[in-house]
Design a protein around this ligand. Structure first.
Ligand code: F6P
Length: 359
């Protein structure tokens, strides 16, 4: 009987999803003679509603450099997985599809939420493995997630471009970079683009410190400033709010991000300076993966295939201290990898004069 492996890509997309699936599939085809791969369309939705494609080796050819995901993706929030909606039991439906298609294993390419669901399915008795996908690089237990370097490169390119126009017009730009809960992309991109002000969710800022730094730059002839600001950057006052009050405050912004609030405050505090905003947005998740991501994606895929061949399930492929390995899905589920405000990278950046708006 054929050995059947299901694959799905879940949550926000990123570069190198295809390269990862290619690494996995090629290794499996190369080692399991009677292999069949089932690709579920649009993430867990495909598994719930039995929406799938029977893949062939040809499907995984020529996709190492292709952005997006050949399977499509969707967001199926973990907190809603066990909620019965319109009489539809999502967990039961996924288990039913898995059984009916006689899958031997299911491979989930996903970020935090998707991996929590993968862990739940594993605890429900399915043979699941996870591959660490996200531009945010915030999956607990792995040093790297594929997509991260590509997103940084897009952000840096954009920051470099904004620099030239900011300088020509002697403007301040507050630039939003993706990462609503963690600041890894903003930290790396901000440093790589040479920004002096970097605002992260993990280090609440004081707007007075930010304004003072802009003024200080002006005094020494730097008549422009580009501020690298994470989507989830938060002021010291807002950090004191309860979760509920902060949520209400964000909702009251009516879709406008924190960069608009910061720009408005700076405009008031520095009336002689023109302050603008820019949002890099989803370009950070799009386009071709950079070589670094393709290399990691390929190696993660191969490791995933090894886990499937060893029947070593319930695990997430990770990289730790330069080695590709795996950890139990249960170990990562529900945890985030934040920027550590006491990390050397933060201390070193401060040493050369970068401010994170805290002091
Ligand atoms: O998790 C990746 C990410 O790109 C975050 O950085 C960002 O906050 C979020 O997804 C945006 O998600 P979406 O575009 O699906 O709303």
């Amino acid at each position: 009987m054929a050995y059947r492996v299901g694959i799905l890509t879940s949550g926000g997309d990123c570069q190198a999803l295809n390269a990862t699936m290619r690494g996995l599939a090629k290794t499996l085809y190369n080692n399991i003679p009677d292999l069949e791969i089932i690709g579920f369309r649009y993430g867990y939705r495909g598994l719930m509603y039995k929406d799938y494609i029977k893949m062939t080796p040809r499907d995984f050819s020529g996709i190492v450099s292709q952005g997006g995901t050949i399977l499509g993706t969707s967001r199926c929030p973990f907190k809603k997985m066990r909620v019965i909606e319109d009489g539809f039991d999502k967990v039961a439906a996924m288990k039913k599809t898995y059984k009916e298609l006689k899958l031997d294993a299911l491979c989930v390419l996903g970020g935090n939420g998707s991996l929590k669901s993968a862990n739940m399915l594993s605890e429900e008795g399915l043979n699941v493995i996870g591959l660490p996908k996200t531009i945010d690089n915030d999956i607990y237990g792995t040093d790297y997630t594929f997509g991260f370097q590509s997103a940084i490169d897009v952000a840096v390119r954009n920051l470099d471009e904004i620099h030239t126009t900011a300088e020509s017009h002697t403007r301040v730009f507050v630039v939003e970079i993706m990462g609503h809960r963690v600041g890894h992309i903003t930290l790396s991109a901000g440093l790589a683009a040479g920004e002096e002000i970097i605002l992260l969710p993990e280090i609440p800022y004081d707007i007075n410190v930010v304004a003072k730094r802009v003024r200080k730059r002006q005094k020494i002839g730097k008549n422009f400033t580009v501020i690298a600001c994470a989507e989830g950057a938060i002021s010291k006052e807002d950090a004191k709010l309860s979760k509920k009050d902060y949520k209400a405050k964000v909702a009251a912004r009516n879709g406008a991000s924190v960069v608009v609030e910061i720009a408005n405050q700076l405009s008031e505090m520095l009336p002689d300076i023109e302050v603008r905003t820019a949002v890099i947005g989803h370009a950070q998740r799009g386009g071709a993966p950079v070589a670094y991501d393709r290399m990691y994606a390929t190696r993660f895929g191969i490791e995933g295939a090894k886990l499937i061949m060893e029947r070593n399930f319930g695990r997430l492929v990770v990289t730790q201290a330069g080695k590709i390995t795996s950890i139990p899905l249960a170990e990562t589920a529900g945890k985030l990898k934040y920027v550590d405000p006491n990390d050397d990278v933060i201390k070193d950046a401060k040493l050369m004069g970068v401010t994170f708006g805290d002091e």
